[in-house]
Design a protein around this ligand. Structure first.
Ligand code: HAM
Length: 425
């Protein structure tokens, strides 16, 4: 029987060591941005009861209808790998009485989410989200703060041409009027739209505006915009948000077609588009969800937030050729000749690392030449050689790889040598 080599599941990527500098660069910025804006970290389980997402994200959405990884656990309870964070954040907020904390409660999370989507560039079945939420406040200044966090992060990462798409899709007071207008507009032209949209017309008319099928492009262009149907409160909210964006000179386009793919949104919705990965792949999306806590059985609690996919952030960094810091590599490679020397090297390595000097050694019984070759391939700055002569003299030979200078140093002088050289380099 031939053994087959396993592959990672379709649409799911390994993040290999050579990609870690990009990930660490982004994660470091995320931690700092959280501190800067006064947001605290919340860690959530990777799976939740399925009903949470059905009720939170919405039965008629693509996520709930087609994309969730849902299964029964051994007790027969239906659970789902989280397809997003927001429903889980609100669940935790209600479950742990976080409403007793000073309002708004400001939270960020980071971790994998799972959607059974058709894999393509920037679209995976497991991706990592940086998710930010602020709960308990209706103020449009908070919508602006949430958008500012995304903007600030992308600016800090070195992105060019960061651009917001914004829209307001109203609230339960004004949305029904809009949906009626949308249905009235689409009904007579039903035969001219795609199959999927014919279903949307019955089930989730707002999503008609989100269709990517070329057949539906022209009907979407001429569809009535939601902003013409906003109630006074929603209108003031949207106008105030825009004054903040104008004052702070944040580039934005009012996009009547932007409705987002999750049902909980009210009032503000937004996405960030950046140069390099295009409009099909928003680097970030979010909005206000003032009815979500109630839909999940809690008291009325306004909320606003966004999420950004780290894979798309990293794709943008690469597309825009942003330079990122070099990864930290070991400075020192300890090579040896003979078993006695090897035993001594094991001891020395422990001491070097205790002194915060990144150091590695060769393993097995390789020749000195092969160890030096390995050090070269690993791009090491200093190679220490402990051969039979050095053992006898209680010394080591330190070779600076760039320039090839060799120095003989006593065992006692080893740490001072590196503290001076690495400390000052
Ligand atoms: P979303 O737009 O579905 O919103 O996802 C947020 C971000 O996750 C997207 O802008 C994109 O960067 C990334 N993303 C989504 N799907 C994929 C995928 N298949 N592969 C790679 N990246 C992906 C939400 O999830 C909302 N919960 C955001 C939110 C938070 N709204 C309010 N608070």
């Amino acid at each position: 029987m031939t053994k087959r080599l396993f592959q990672s599941p379709k649409g799911i990527k390994d993040i290999l060591p050579d990609q870690q500098p990009h990930w660490q660069f982004v994660e470091k910025k995320i931690h700092r941005i959280g501190q800067l804006y006064g947001y605290e970290k919340l860690e959530l389980p990777v799976f939740e009861e399925t009903a949470l997402f059905q009720r939170g994200v919405g039965e008629g959405t693509d996520i709930v209808e087609k994309e969730m990884y849902t299964f029964k656990d051994k007790s027969g309870t239906s659970v789902t790998l989280r397809p997003e964070f927001t429903a889980g954040v609100v669940r935790a907020y209600l479950q742990h009485g976080l409403s007793n904390l000073p309002s708004p409660v400001k939270i960020w999370s980071l971790g994998p989410v799972f959607r059974y989507e058709r894999p393509q560039a920037g679209r995976f079945r497991q991706h990592s989200q940086f998710n930010v939420e602020a709960l308990g406040e209706q103020d449009p200044a908070l919508d602006f703060e949430i958008m500012s966090i995304a903007y600030h992060l992308f600016e800090d990462l070195g992105f060019r041409k960061i651009h917001f798409q914004i829209n307001s899709i109203g609230c339960p007071m004004c949305r029904p009027n809009y949906l009626r207008a949308l249905i009235d507009y689409y009904q007579p032209i039903q035969a001219k739209i795609c199959r999927e949209c014919q279903k949307r017309l019955k089930k989730n008319p707002l999503r008609l505006l989100d269709c990517k099928n070329p057949l539906c492009r022209s009907p979407i262009e001429k569809a009535p915009p939601s902003v013409h149907f906003l109630c006074k409160e929603c209108e003031i909210h949207f106008e105030t948000l825009k004054t903040y964006l104008d004052r702070l000179k944040r580039p934005y386009t009012q996009n009547h077609r932007l409705v987002r793919g999750l049902d909980y949104y009210t009032k503000t919705v937004f996405e960030v588009w950046v140069e390099g990965i295009g409009a099909q792949n928003a680097v970030c999306g979010g909005g206000r969800y003032d009815g979500l806590a109630e839909a999940l059985g809690g008291p009325p609690t306004p909320g606003v937030g966004f999420a950004s996919g780290l894979e798309r952030i990293i794709l943008t960094l690469k597309e825009q050729k942003v330079e990122i810091p070099e990864p930290v590599r070991p400075n020192v490679y300890f090579a040896f000749q003979g078993d006695d020397a090897k035993n001594k090297v094991v001891e020395f390595l422990s001491i070097l690392r205790k002194h915060n000097i990144e150091a590695i050694m060769g393993f097995g019984s390789r020749s000195l030449k092969s160890q030096l070759r390995e050090a070269n391939r690993r791009n090491i700055q200093f190679v220490i050689i402990l051969g039979e002569n050095e053992m006898a003299q209680k010394k080591v030979l330190i070779k600076t790889m760039e320039g090839g200078v060799q120095e003989s140093v006593s065992w006692d002088g080893l740490i001072p040598f590196f503290e001076k050289r690495i400390g000052s380099s």
